[in-house]
Design a protein around this ligand. Sequence first.
Ligand code: NAD
Length: 296
Amino acid sequence: MAATLIDGKAFAAKVRGQVAEHVARLKEQNGITPGLAVVLVGEDPASQVYVRSKGKQTVEVGMNSYEHKLEADTSEADLLALIDQLNNDPSVHGILVQLPLPKHLDEDLVINSIAPEKDVDGFHISNVGLLGTGQKSMVPCTPLGCLMMLRDHHGSLSGMDAVVIGRSNIVGKPMAQLLLGDSCTVTIAHSRTKDLPDVVRRADIVVAAVGRPEMVPGDWIKEGATVIDVGINRIERDGKNVLVGDVDFASAAERAGAITPVPGGVGPMTIACLLANTVTACCRANNLAEPEGLTA
Ligand code: NAD
């Protein structure tokens, strides 16, 4: 393997350490404990695992974790009433509604009912608009984690050619906005892109966020490019259930300058950035200095 491995697990531990230090300072100097409320509707097994992990890590960095588990058939009115209560609760600085929601609930309506300043997922339409216009916002956690790793590896990203594969609202689009904000020349590729290999071959930075196992082979990667693999795909290999990314790691690592592995790359950064967003939201709510390096 020629590429430098970008260790998301170690990086996430560092971010959590910075968050914990800031939380300790807020408690000591200001008597404030940041609080994160996570709302889970229904019993989707993957969502239950995520929520448990978020709650555990929230407590580990010294913040308060408030978990709200609602029945799968909860009405929209009851869910909106809970969000309204959390919006008005001064001990709650961040609110996250675990997606996907059961089909009878309108996801856009629910997300847009969260107070934008408490929207630590950065999905509220106001935060999307603020990010798009280069203003201070809550930034979606997964792309924020990717940006932190890229900045850490390169220093400045200015003038680099970046290709984001995938145009989802939670990863692809905000990732492209963040790279644009750091003065990259950005191409967003998607399922209708003509000649994807050619587009990817021009990139100094490739962010793959598609959800198709190992769809980007090494010979698409420009020599020395940085590859950030957001994909999480579970496949059967040699009779075992394994996790792979959207990039064929072995062949891409032969050509890339740096690459994130799956697992242990982008994944661990996502929750670390959720904690970072919560402490940022708490500081903003109290007109206090924000922790440095934990926002876009
Ligand atoms: P999505 O399904 O919402 O979007 C996928 C995007 O890929 C779409 O915009 C589509 O146009 C594009 N696409 C589909 N087929 C394509 C093709 N053949 N060529 C080029 N583009 C194609 O997915 P998402 O929510 O953005 O997630 C993408 C992946 O990232 C998934 O594997 C998901 O599990 C993973 N993910 C990881 C984290 C993390 O914390 N690491 C967080 C969110 C998502």
